[in-house]
Design a protein around this ligand. Structure first.
Ligand code: SF4
Length: 439
């Protein structure tokens, strides 16, 4: 079998018009990276910003399988520069895989590097511990637990409901470990609040607002599991909307407000908008009809794929098409045993979905699938999707966007290689440069 280096360099040669940074970033996101002890964070008392486990585990092993990385958390993200490929600044979300051919470790000079198949391919920078992480809430909870930031501090990630009411084999999405992740943190004795009280979220935001001396935090995302019944007496729009309302009353316009929720009926979507939310993410997960039915059985049963798509289009009437940004999980199209077996078919299907939404002015975005081992699809596909799929998706995504005269979606910071901060896929790294949007 050719080495991973040969695979990566082969794709860089085949797709010279795509940034090399994106090829490496996609490979790190789909397959993870290993860490030497010297590259771990040392938890909340250290100088490095630790991985917060902001919603899913995004790891290739359970906590007990991660060894030292489970005891002294890895960093939230790494930033890559330089090396033989001359990488421009590239922010990559950390997905730990002790068996990865990519390893972060200190070289003989003591400086951290990223090694692939034993050769140093980039310098590695770690995110500094933000000042606001050093201040606890009055009840002792950490800001990292209540309101972690990702994307190099750009996005405050508010998973206010840490579990999903689609539960068990008949309902849970088959690539999703939200429920397992909650269990594993509880089992490890870590603080991991199931439902975050609104007052705690406001208090954590207050600390961020006061101590974000670099002024990096620009947007917040309200999210969590699907609510098919009620939580605290509220339906999904009422539950997530209550946080939006409280945040916007307390900090009007301070951050770009975003909600990731199910594709809800228009009246519910309007409630989000009325509360001050500016961007709505009704994620469609995977385009292909058969795969959606297989992979998202709860959503299929409760809403149904066609209705889901109709609601996405309807929500553009409320938010405007540019502010409706549904996500899909890039790579699950190729998961065995039910997925496409060729990259050509998988790309063709994915592009069909992109064209459907982009023809209505809606720009989807994607996260790179991390095959977490406690999910059915991750267990069956520990290697994830082929790197070629991810690289060709970047190419197809940019081309479809150009075809419809669209540009990078708002709320993701600057686009372009060397500038992007979006860390869980490289779509922003591979699009043309745009200035950072105004808040
Ligand atoms: S709806 Fe699916 S993807 Fe979303 S949290 Fe629930 S199980 Fe996970």
């Amino acid at each position: 079998m050719p080495s991973r280096t040969a695979l990566v360099e082969g794709l860089m040669d085949r797709f010279p018009h795509l940034p090399r940074e994106a090829v490496i970033k996609e490979d790190l996101l789909r397959g993870g990276m290993a860490f030497d002890a010297s590259a771990l964070s040392g938890n909340d008392g250290g100088e490095v910003k630790p991985k917060s486990y902001f919603i899913f585990s995004f790891d290739h092993g359970t906590l007990p399988e991660l060894g030292e990385a489970a005891l002294r958390r890895p960093p939230e993200e790494v930033v890559l520069t330089g090396g033989p490929y001359g990488l421009r600044r590239t922010v990559v979300s950390v997905r730990v895989n002790p068996a990865s051919p990519y390893r972060v470790s200190a070289g003989p000079d003591g400086l951290l590097g990223l090694y692939l198949d034993g050769a140093r391919i980039a310098d590695v920078g770690l995110p500094p511990m933000p000042d606001y992480y050093r201040h606890a809430l009055a009840n002792g909870k950490s800001v990292m637990e209540v309101a972690p930031t990702i994307q190099w501090g750009y996005l405050i990630y508010l998973t206010v409901f840490r579990v999903c009411q689609y539960f068990g084999a008949k309902q849970e999405c088959r690539y999703c470990d939200i429920n397992h992740n909650w269990h594993q943190h509880k089992a490890a004795g870590r603080p991991y609040t199931g439902v975050k009280p609104v007052e705690e979220v406001l208090e954590a935001l207050e600390i961020i607002d006061r101590h974000d001396t670099a002024g990096a935090s620009t947007a917040y995302t309200l999210t969590g599991g699907a609510i098919t019944g009620r939580v605290g007496g509220r339906d999904e729009a009422g539950f997530y909307g209550r946080y939006a309302q409280a945040i916007e009353e307390r900090f009007p316009g301070r951050w770009i407000g975003k909600v990731v929720a199910q594709a809800l009926p228009k009246a519910d979507v309007r409630r989000f908008h009325d509360y001050g939310i500016r961007i709505y993410h009704p994620n469609y997960e995977v385009w292909d009809e058969r795969l959606f039915q297989l992979y998202c059985p709860g959503k299929e049963r409760h809403v149904g794929r066609d209705e889901w798509h109709r609601r996405i289009l309807d929500s553009a009437d409320v938010f405007g098409p540019r502010n409706v940004i549904p996500n899909f999980v890039a790579g699950v199209e190729m998961a065995a045993p039910a997925g496409f077996t060729t990259v050509d078919e998988a790309i063709a299907s994915t592009v069909e979905g992109l064209r459907f939404f982009m023809s209505h002015g809606i720009v989807p975005r994607f996260t790179t699938w991390c095959p977490e081992p406690t999910t059915p699809l991750g267990r069956a596909n520990p290697q994830g999707a082929p790197l070629e799929y991810h690289v060709r998706l970047l190419e197809a995504y940019g081309a479809t966007m150009r075809e419809f005269g669209l540009s990078s979606p708002p709320g993701y910071g600057p686009a372009g290689p060397g500038r992007a901060v979006f860390s869980v896929s490289s779509f922003m790294d591979s699009l043309p440069e745009t200035p950072e949007e105004a808040k």
